[in-house]
Design a protein around this ligand. Structure first.
Ligand code: 9MG
Length: 258
């Protein structure tokens, strides 16, 4: 899964129209590099990021989702907002990736009324507050329990089991140790019986381990993606698609010979 951020600051400063064009071009590039899903988001969920009004968020992502769907790509909408989910689903998004685990009012129904897949992610707190003081008695157990409850809620709302994947939410209300414990214990989440998605790309846990800044975390991101796959993740959400693709091709040749 390749990451496409459609925020005014994520591309050049030529305004929103330029950001949209550049996001579409970036999507084509990620597909050429080997991505099979494009995750389009219009609101930063980085720690401390300010929330974006859903109407503004939809204005950013809708043309990008529509254009990439028109080109035949599998597009996921990265949003916490029901209104944005509905708008993106209307123009053909095939998946809803919600860092909030579809807890917003109407989110479960919006997805149940579509044929889209969903990714239910764990987050402690909100993006504004989540890194202030994350607390767990046992992070793997608590994240597993949360994801179990969200998957049950999704199925209860009418989202079939085969359209659900789960994500422990690396970096979302977790210290460095929590993130490392979760990655170490990732395979135990497979017991819930759903495919797993993992997103560690360029995250601060990798900076803490390597001492490198965001733009210098390609090698550590590839290593983390490979570990996640080895531990049973089926989808990895990444910025550096080509580099990840090369690493996974080697893993695949060893583990799944033709
Ligand atoms: C939007 N977003 C940022 N980080 C993420 C992660 O780790 N997983 C998922 N599913 N989405 C994420």
């Amino acid at each position: 899964m390749g990451i496409i951020n459609v925020t005014p600051d994520s591309f050049s400063d030529g305004g929103m129209h330029m950001a949209v064009d550049q996001a579409i071009a970036h999507g084509r590039k990620l597909i050429a590099e080997g991505a099979t899903i494009l995750d389009v988001g219009g609101e930063s969920t980085r720690p401390g990021a300010q929330p974006v009004d859903p109407q503004e968020e939809l204005k950013r992502v809708e043309p990008v989702v529509a254009a990439l769907v028109q080109e035949g790509f599998l597009v996921s909408i990265d949003t916490r907002h029901t209104e944005v989910m509905r708008g993106a689903l209307k123009v053909g998004a095939a998946m809803v990736n919600d860092v909030n685990g579809l807890r917003a009012e109407g989110a479960l129904n919006a997805c149940a009324e579509s044929n889209a897949g969903v990714c239910l992610m764990h987050m402690q707190g909100t993006p504004q507050t989540m890194q202030l003081n994350p607390q767990y008695t046992h992070v793997v157990t608590e994240v597993t329990q949360f994801l179990k409850e969200r998957a049950e809620a999704a199925e209860h709302a009418g989202i079939p089991r085969n359209r659900i994947c789960l994500d422990p939410g690396f970096g979302f209300g977790k210290t460095v140790e929590h993130n490392l414990d979760l990655l170490r214990g990732l395979s135990s989440l497979l017991e819930l019986g759903y495919p797993l998605l993992a997103g560690l790309s360029r995250k601060s846990v990798l900076g803490a381990v390597t001492g490198k800044g965001t733009e210098d975390r390609v090698y550590s991101s590839v290593a983390a993606a490979l570990i996640a796959i080895q531990k049973g993740a089926r989808i990895v959400r990444v910025h550096d698609v080509a580099a990840t693709q090369h690493a996974l091709a080697v893993w695949s040749a060893v583990e799944k010979p033709l």
